[in-house]
Ligand binder design. Structure first.
Ligand code: ADP
Length: 495
């Protein structure tokens, strides 16, 4: 664990740890050409924390030209993978040394409880740099036996310049899950973090520079959709690694198609969590709560659709409704807080819109009645929409907040059909006491990751990604490294 076990932090102290509010291009901190800035707001108070440049296409072009040069002229791409790995391992060590400060900045920026940034976000990022720093040593080709008279072998090479576009909800983790494998493979990057939550990417730039990453290999452009679009259009970018909404993933795929960029798309989700009557019910209820309130429900793998077998349905529902008001919602810097604010006003308004519509339509709404802190923060108490039908929009659309739909089923077939019955396919889970059922149902769920008797169990060694409208490609694990490598065949005539 990190040295940040005692999180005696607050918003003011976190502000003192910020990296420069500037673009990071070619190892230099620099303003946007236009001089335009975006305010970064603390979602717990509504107060401005700092400003960062609002990049336009011209700024992105400068960054991609720099990353292109760093790739083409080296030495990063041609360095021995073990030497690249060493830089990543040094970055992991520096992240560990600075863990407390980075956790505090992430909490300030996103509104995440300090307990979670300390024990989840930062250790996960450290582990990703260590994992890929070590895995870099496994990058090698293979000699092949051929019918033609030749010595034939493959080389595993980096793809080139990677454009990383990341969302607001897990800034450091979702940046690290792209940056670490992309760097291990020998690529250079231009990273456009989410417009609301860019602060940890700027800290990461400092860490990577201090770890010895050559200038120009990792560049950060802050800003909104126009900066992302410039990255998608730029022919000097070879690959886009995107995490965000399904709606924007479609734009990314369309725009990147123009220059045939390679893509990894991790988009939305609407994960079903199935509770069978043979499960350990108290444990399953606890899991079901964590699955939808973690990160204020702002995560694509959130278990936002609960399917409960009929004999235990009413009991489970009553327990959930009873628990909701007691989940501590409040100041992200208070160690007891479980639910912080939503990451911004637009996110809270969207979720509230769903809840108001549900009430008007006569949906049975439970919970939503916890005590919220006073003031200007974007807080929401967790809510449950019970007895909803499979075709309702609350079941089919990604709400992206602490809102759980609950449905019932009578047979295993019905549970599987309901679980698979949306356009998404990122994550799913089941709670059961039967080993045979666990494997049987896991095989039938159309999702990139399935949890049995738990939720959101993730590991750097295990691939993560979706099917259907949740995207394609995999992050983390050896598969996550493969996404940043391409294979060259070298055939030497023996004639
Ligand atoms: P979220 O709201 O979860 O952050 P979005 O899909 O809205 O998800 O945004 C994810 C990332 O994509 C952000 O960095 C955002 O700025 C970027 N983005 C949004 N629209 C576009 C676009 N049209 N082209 C490129 N990037 C975009």
């Amino acid at each position: 664990m990190t040295d940040s076990a005692a999180p005696a932090w607050n918003a003011g102290k976190a502000r003192a740890e910020l990296a420069p509010g500037a673009l990071f291009i070619g190892g230099q901190w620099t303003p946007a050409a236009s001089g335009r800035e975006r305010a970064i707001v603390d979602p717990a108070t509504g107060e401005q924390v700092t400003q960062v440049p609002d990049s336009a296409a011209v700024d992105v072009e400068r960054a991609t030209a720099t990353a292109r040069r760093a790739f083409d002229e080296g030495p990063w791409a041609t360095m021995h993978p073990r030497d690249r790995g060493r830089v990543l391992l040094r970055a992991a060590d520096l992240l560990r040394q600075k863990a407390a400060a980075i956790a505090a900045v992430e909490s300030l920026d996103v509104g995440k409880p300090i307990t979670f940034t300390t024990y989840v976000d930062i250790p996960t990022a450290i582990d990703l740099f260590e994992y890929y720093g070590t895995l870099a040593t496994s990058i090698e080709g293979a000699a092949r036996s051929t019918r033609i008279p030749a010595l034939a072998y493959t080389r595993r090479e980096p793809i080139g310049v990677v454009g990383a576009i990341t969302p607001f909800n897990f800034p450091l983790i979702l940046s690290s899950s792209k940056i670490a494998p992309a760097l291990a493979a020998g690529n250079t990057l231009v990273h456009k973090p989410a417009e609301e939550t860019p602060l940890s990417a700027l800290l990461l730039a400092q860490v990577l520079q201090e770890a010895g990453l050559p200038d120009g290999v990792y560049n950060v452009v802050t800003g909104a959709a126009p900066a992302g679009e410039a990255l998608l259009r730029d022919p000097r970018v070879d690959k886009i690694a995107f995490t965000g909404s399904t709606q924007v993933a479609r734009i990314v795929a369309r725009t990147a198609a123009e220059s045939l960029k390679k893509l990894t798309l991790e988009a939305g989700g609407k994960a079903a969590n199935i509770i069978f009557a043979d499960a350990n019910i108290p444990a399953a209820i606890e899991t079901a709560i964590k699955a939808f309130v973690f990160n204020t429900g702002q995560f694509c793998m959130a278990g936002t659709r609960l399917l409960v077998e009929r004999p235990v349905y009413e009991d489970v529902l009553a327990a959930l409704a009873g628990a909701c008001p007691h989940i501590p919602v409040g100041d992200p810097f208070a160690p007891s807080t479980v639910i912080g604010p939503m990451a911004g006003q637009r996110h809270r308004d969207k979720v509230q819109g769903y809840l108001e519509a549900a009430r008007k339509e006569g949906v049975r709404v439970l919970g939503g009645n916890g005590t919220l802190p006073a003031g200007g923060g974007c807080f929401l108490s967790p809510s449950i929409l019970a007895d909803v039908s499979q075709d309702s929009r609350y079941v089919q659309e990604e709400i992206f907040g602490p809102v759980l739909t609950v449905q019932t089923f009578s047979t295993e077939d019905e549970a599987v059909a309901l679980a698979n019955g949306t356009s998404f396919g990122l994550a799913a889970g089941l709670q059961t006491g039967s080993v045979a059922r666990a494997h049987r149902v896991a095989a039938r769920l159309r999702a990139g990751i399935v949890w049995v008797n738990g939720w959101a169990m993730l590991d750097s060694a295990m691939p993560f990604g979706g099917c259907k409208q949740s995207g394609y490609g995999r992050e983390t694990g050896p598969e996550g490294l493969d996404e940043y490598l391409q294979t060259k065949s070298v055939i030497v005539s023996l004639g």
